[in-house]
Structure formats: structure tokens, C-alpha cells
Design a protein around this ligand. Structure first.
Ligand code: G6P
Ligand code: ZN
Length: 579
């Protein structure tokens, strides 16, 4: 029987198999720890906090205390992460607590590596009941920086608030941890270890995900572009998890030149970097793309591989435009969408570029709060295919997470489709040609985001309260400089599928010409408060499409700073990041 099981596992030269009969479970007494409430995307703290005695163990046990038994007893769970410092120790602990609580099997990415999109894909493909992702996403890693843990549910989506609230409740009453007495698992070789009724399988982090990408996209179309000598691409993995995916996908499969990948080795501290693909932190990529005679296409992804940034030669594609352009071109360029997308959605602060595509294609359209989890229900209900957020997140219903590599492959598909009949030496349709053509058809939504990172929480909260008070006193027709108010509110969302309601999702001022200024506090920081200001203005006139966004938006940006009294409340003169 063991032999049969063994041969069912994809054989690999490094496949191992070990078995031990007993599974002894120890019950360890513990005490509640304050502050284990999850934010926008899992529990995120400094790694030193997680390394304190029982901090992580308490949260994991609280999670099992929150799940219905049928969701984990004898069930399959997935475990992986972005390769950051502390992941390997954390993986051993999570495996032991899973075993102690009666989980049947844990499937772990080799070396503890799995991108967030890969976890979502594997949960769906292998019909797992859920999965753990060890990542603080785009936050820096290393002994002095951040660590995080997320739990995704059985259709591959981030656990809903009902579950995370329950986990938090259980962290406040926890009294014992069930820890299986098993040895540390060797994460470095693919194979299965069995301990009584519990087993651990170490899998290749790339293969299931790559299979899915090959179903979604036409790889031979992409290859026809990527292997051209007159097309050069650069992918910056930022020393984070997509380093493990970039070579097998872009180089081995699609025949990009090996020097197309930069910062391609995942490192525990991301090479001292801040693995957030934006114009400030993805410096290496930005320098390459803005150099003389730089590549034709550039992209980067974040710590755990769900975010993406796309650039053309000396040209930045703002994420709000990126999702709109993918949606507008998906049907002709991407086989997965050959019958057309079912519906489109964006988060509230994301620009309205996507709305215009939905209108033209006559598709259902949804505006949800910030946070990928809000797209899942719409996808499960079959009314949403392509969605995105201004925060460098783009994806589709192929999984239930945003997906950095997917976004890159989507862009390459669009460029490849536009150039498929181009002979060598003929000028190729470029990224900027595609974007400008899109603006000419739909109009341009100028968009920018100002981030003020690690402000004092008190001042930031006071500012938001001040703005809430202001909107309660505002009315349609109020004059704000040259702008006339259409509406001012704190965004509230009712999920059309399950009727759940979330409130206080961002203070927005919408003006009669469609311009918007929006204020939110980030839900993903780990220290202080990060204030975000989102500024948007629609420009239908093609002769005004070539302005720098900062120039075009200057009056609105000034207005946002005045209206919010940001400087008074936070003491900040300048943002830390401008997108
Ligand atoms: C994570 C989530 C995104 C969300 C983003 C917002 O990346 O997965 O869905 O848009 O955080 O972060 P913020 O810091 O603005 O709360
Ligand atoms: Zn991420």
C-alpha cells in the first residue's frame, strides 16, 4: 500500500519517502496575547514579535479553534511562503500544530516557497480545504523587519472577515496548543513523510502554477514575441518569491534571454530591499527601463508574487490603466477569455478607466472596497472575470488572489497579439502605443496616489475623523476651489452575493466633472499609520493626454492637501511614495 502511494507521487530524482507509525500529540498550556487581530491581508508584525514565545503558535491554534472540524480534520491543507526570514522555522511549527489538530496532510512548497497566487492555484487544483501563506507581502524582511501569516479558504480566496474575527476572538481566550511530537520535516527535497495518519508532502513550487498558466494563456503566441531579437524584456523579481518562478516560466518555457531576469534569487531579506513593485522601491527596474535604449517591456512583482508593476520603454503604466487595458484586450489575446469576460470590477480608489471598458463592452461592473477578498464572492457567483486595484494588483477568476506573473503574461499576450504579423525589422507596436491608443478610444483617467508612510497614528486618525466630520457637513453643490461637489461620503459596500455590509472604507469627495479625491489609512502597515491620498481626473480630450500626471493633477492634489489639513495633522511636508 505504501508502495502504491509512493509511485502515485510525481517521481523526481530527489523524491523521498519516510514513514513513522506514531503521532504523539502534546498539549502545551498557553495564555492569550494582545493584538493578534488581522489587517487587510492577514496578521503582520515585526518578526521579533512573532518570534516571542507562543506568539505564532497561539494564532495558528486559534485558527484551528475557529474552523469547523470538517474544514481541517483529516483534510488537506497547503503551506508556503515568500522565502523571507523566519519562514522555515515557522513552517515546522505550523506543520506540527496542524498534525496536532488532526489535519490529514500538509502540502508544502519546497524550501517553504510558494507564491500567494500559487497557493491559491494549488488549493483549487488539489481541492485542499485551505492554505497558509507565510508572507508580509511587500513589506521588508529580515531579523529587524516584518513577518506575516495569511489563511486562504477552500476556493483559494483569503479567509473572510467572519473567520478572521473568530480567530481574533479565540486568540483572546486561548489556553492550550496541540502540538504533534514529530521531527522537523526536511523541506529541501520533494517527497512524502508519514507520521501515523498524518503526512507532509513537499512539492515543486512551480509546476501546478505553470500548468494553470499554460491553460490560461497561449504560450506559443507569447513565445513568438519573447523570442524575437527585436523585443527585449526585463523582469525584476526583487529577490522575492517570483525569483523561483521567473526562470522556469520566462526563460525555460518562453525562451526569454537568461539576462532578462534581475534580482532573480529569492533571499530571506530580499537583498535589503523593500519588495514592493512601485516607482520608488523597484529602483533597479525603473533605472533599466528609463535608460537609453532600454528594454521594450519591464515588470516587477512583490514579496509574495501577487502584485505587479508594468512599464514600457521610458513609460509607466499606472495599475488602474493596466487592468482596463487587459480587460479591453482579453478576448482577442488570451484564450481563457475567448468567450469574453463575464464582468469587471475594481476597488473604490482605483481609477474609473475600467468602468469605461465595462460600459463599452456592456459588461456587469462592480466597485468594491480595497482588498482582494471582496472580489471572491463575485467570481464564485460567475459574474466577475477580470479585476484590479490601484495598489498594483491585477488578476482574474483563474484563482482567487491577484497574480503578478499572470499580469505580466497578460501584457505579453496583448503585445504579442498586436505584433504577431510583424516581420523582423518592422517597427513593433509598443507598450506606450497600446496605452495611448486606449486613451484615445476611452479617454484618459489621470491618476496618482500619495503615500505618507509611518505617520504617528494619533495625527492620522484625527485627520480621518476631521474628514468624516467634514463630509457629514457637506452637500451637493458646495464649492471646493474650482470644483463643485457631487457627493462626499465614507465608502460603504453591500456585497451583492451574500448581502454583507462593510462601512468606513475610505472618505471620498467626488466632483461634478467626475474628479475624485479619496483618503484612507492603509490596512497593511506594521508600524504607525500610513495615509493614502488618491487623486483622479478624467480627460476625454486626446490633445490633452500627453501631460505628466503630476502636472495634470496639480490643482486637485493641492486641493486634497488643503481640504485634509494633512500637514497640520501629520506634520508631513512630502509623501514618502508617489505613484
Ligand atoms: C493588499 C491586498 C490588496 C489591497 C492592498 C491595500 O495588497 O491584497 O487587495 O489593495 O493590500 O493595502 P493598503 O495598505 O492600502 O490597505
Ligand atoms: Zn503581495
Amino acid at each position: 500500500k505504501i508502495r502504491q502511494h509512493f509511485s502515485a507521487i510525481k517521481a523526481s530524482s530527489s523524491t523521498t519517502f519516510t514513514e513513522s507509525q506514531d503521532l504523539k500529540v502534546n498539549t502545551i498550556p498557553t495564555k492569550p496575547i494582545e493584538g493578534q487581530k488581522t489587517g487587510t491581508s492577514g496578521l503582520r508584525k515585526k518578526v521579533k514579535v512573532f518570534m516571542q514565545e507562543n506568539y505564532l503558535a497561539n494564532w495558528i491554534q486559534a485558527l484551528f479553534n475557529s474552523l469547523p472540524p470538517e474544514d481541517y480534520k483529516n483534510a488537506l491543507l497547503v503551506l508556503g511562503g515568500d522565502g523571507r526570514y523566519f519562514n522555515k522555522e515557522a513552517a515546522q511549527l505550523i506543520i506540527k500544530i496542524a498534525a496536532g489538530n488532526g489535519v490529514g496532510k500538509v502540502l508544502v512548497g519546497k524550501e517553504g516557497i510558494l507564491s500567494t497566487p500559487a497557493v491559491s492555484a494549488i488549493i483549487r487544483k488539489r481541492k485542499a480545504k485551505g492554505g497558509f501563506i507565510m508572507s508580509a507581502s511587500h513589506n521588508p524582511g529580515g531579523p529587524d523587519y516584518d513577518w506575516g501569516i495569511k489563511f486562504n479558504y477552500s476556493s483559494g480566496q483569503p479567509a473572510p472577515e467572519s473567520i478572521t474575527d473568530e480567530i481574533y476572538g479565540n486568540t483572546l481566550s486561548i489556553s492550550e496548543i496541540k502540538l504533534a511530537d514529530i521531527p522537523d520535516v526536511d523541506l529541501s527535497s520533494v517527497g512524502v513523510s508519514k507520521y501515523g495518519n498524518f503526512s507532509v508532502e513537499i512539492v515543486d513550487p512551480v509546476s501546478d502554477y505553470l500548468d494553470l498558466m499554460e491553460e490560461v494563456f497561449d504560450f506559443s503566441l507569447i513565445k513568438s514575441l519573447v523570442s524575437r531579437s527585436d523585443f527585449r524584456l526585463t523582469f525584476d523579481a526583487m529577490h522575492a518569491v517570483t525569483g523561483a518562478y521567473a526562470n522556469p516560466i520566462f526563460v525555460d518555457k518562453l525562451r526569454a534571454s537568461p539576462d532578462s531576469i534581475c534580482n532573480g534569487v529569492p533571499l530571506e531579506d530580499f537583498g535589503h530591499g523593500h519588495p514592493d513593485p512601485n516607482l520608488t522601491y523597484a529602483k533597479d527596474l525603473v533605472n533599466i527601463m528609463y535608460s537609453d535604449n532600454g528594454p521594450d517591456f519591464g515588470a516587477a512583482s512583490d514579496g509574495d508574487g501577487d502584485r505587479n508593476m508594468v512599464l514600457g520603454r521610458q513609460f509607466f503604466v499606472t495599475p488602474s490603466d493596466s487592468v482596463a487595458i487587459i480587460a479591453a484586450n482579453a478576448q482577442e489575446s488570451i484564450p481563457y477569455f475567448k468567450s469574453g469576460p463575464k464582468g469587471l470590477a475594481r476597488s473604490m480608489p482605483t481609477s474609473g478607466a475600467l468602468d469605461r471598458v465595462a460600459e463599452k463592452l456592456n459588461l456587469p461592473f462592480f466597485e468594491v472596497p480595497t482588498g482582494w477578498k471582496f472580489f471572491g464572492n463575485l467570481m464564485d457567483a460567475g459574474t466577475l472575470s477580470i479585476c484590479g486595484e490601484e495598489s498594483f494588483g491585477t488578476g482574474s477568476d483563474h484563482i482567487r488572489e491577484k497574480d503578478g506573473i499572470w499580469a505580466v503574461l497578460a501584457w505579453l499576450s496583448i503585445i504579442a497579439y498586436r505584433n504577431k504579423n510583424k516581420k523582423p525589422g518592422e517597427k513593433l507596436v509598443s507598450v506606450s502605443d497600446i496605452v495611448k491608443e486606449h486613451w484615445a478610444t476611452y479617454g484618459r483617467n489621470y491618476f496618482s496616489r500619495y503615500d505618507y508612510e509611518e505617520c504617528e497614528s494619533e495625527g492620522a486618525n484625527e485627520m480621518i475623523n476631521y474628514l468624516r466630520d467634514l463630509i457629514s457637513k457637506s452637500k451637493q453643490g458646495d464649492e471646493y476651489g474650482d470644483y463643485t461637489l457631487q457627493l462626499a461620503d465614507d465608502f460603504k459596500y453591500t456585497d451583492p452575493v451574500d448581502g454583507s455590509v462593510v462601512t468606513k472604507q475610505g472618505v471620498r469627495f467626488v466632483f461634478t466633472d467626475g474628479s475624485r479625491i479619496i483618503f484612507r489609512l492603509s490596512g497593511t502597515g506594521s508600524a504607525g499609520a500610513t495615509v493614502r491620498i488618491y487623486i483622479e481626473q478624467f480627460e476625454p480630450d486626446v490633445s490633452k493626454h500627453d501631460l505628466d500626471a503630476q502636472v495634470a493633477l496639480k490643482p486637485l492634489i493641492d486641493l486634497a492637501l488643503t481640504v485634509s489639513k494633512l500637514k497640520d495633522f501629520t506634520g508631513r511636508e512630502k509623501p514618502t511614495v508617489i505613484t
